[in-house]
Write a protein that binds this ligand. Structure first.
Ligand code: ADE
Length: 239
């Protein structure tokens, strides 16, 4: 059985969406992964298949009921140990390490919330991982689920064109990637850095490393601090 994404959502037509195109779409057609989006609505209660209710304690919005979400999760439950992930701005930040872990397993079950979110009890009861794709609020978990899936699918065996482009990329060593250039050698009065045209592979590697470090230091002081403490720790261990 190939890598499978089971998605629980009120908007199953949003899947595979953009992932039906390009690299992910070709991999989907080739059977390298499966996208199984399931509608939460039929698990709703009463004549209107109600899935939500007002928040206990008051306040704006609606909360998805734990009994409804639990019944839906039970109906799609898998016996392959695939992790269940709830997309929420309250989750811990999704990282490339999470993506590698999901991509190397049998797949994922993704729970997409709408409204104010899902009743906390069902998340606790089923030990569901809660992850956020960034510090901004989307209108629902679906677009976040598409982001997570895109990042996983490109890592699946045989999906990415060149094996190397998966190794030397941003975050793989805790740094952002160096800048890229192609022809023409001069464009709009701007030249490609000389070293990249020198044919000196050692010098090119050195320049790329320096650029990675500079860009990370300037744009992502958080990643830079983590990188520094990791390299200090490993040089202490080696020494
Ligand atoms: N749902 C709404 N906003 C989200 C975010 N930033 N990350 C994950 N899921 C979300």
């Amino acid at each position: 059985m190939s890598w499978t994404a089971t998605i629980l959502t009120l908007f199953p037509d949003m899947f595979p969406g953009p992932l039906g195109q390009s690299l992910a779409g070709k991999a989907l057609d080739a059977g390298s992964w499966h996208c199984d989006a399931r509608d939460l609505r039929p698990f709703g209660l009463g004549r209107h298949n109600t899935v939500d209710d007002t928040p206990c304690g008051g306040g704006a919005g609606m909360v998805m009921r734990p009994d409804v979400v639990d019944a839906a999760l039970a109906a799609v439950s898998r016996d392959d140990g695939a992790p269940c992930v709830y997309l929420t701005p309250r989750g811990r930040p999704l990282t490339q390490a999470d993506i590698r872990r999901y991509a190397t397993g049998p797949g994922v079950t993704l729970l997409c919330g709408r409204y104010e979110g899902v009743d906390e009890r069902v998340l606790e009861a089923r030990a569901i991982e809660q992850v956020s794709i960034g510090d901004y609020v989307l209108s629902g978990g679906e677009t976040a689920a598409l982001v997570l899936l895109d990042a996983c699918v490109r890592l699946l065996p045989g999906v990415m064109g060149s094996a190397e482009s998966g190794v030397e990329e941003s975050f793989s060593d805790g740094l952002l990637e160096y800048p890229h250039y192609t022809r023409p050698a001069e464009w709009d009065g701007r030249a490609v850095p000389d070293v990249l045209l020198s044919g000196n592979h050692a010098a090119i590697s050195r320049w790329r490393r320096e650029q990675s470090e500079r860009v990370t230091r300037e744009r992502r002081p958080d990643l830079w601090a983590a990188h520094l403490s990791n390299t200090t720790r490993s040089s202490v261990q080696e020494g």
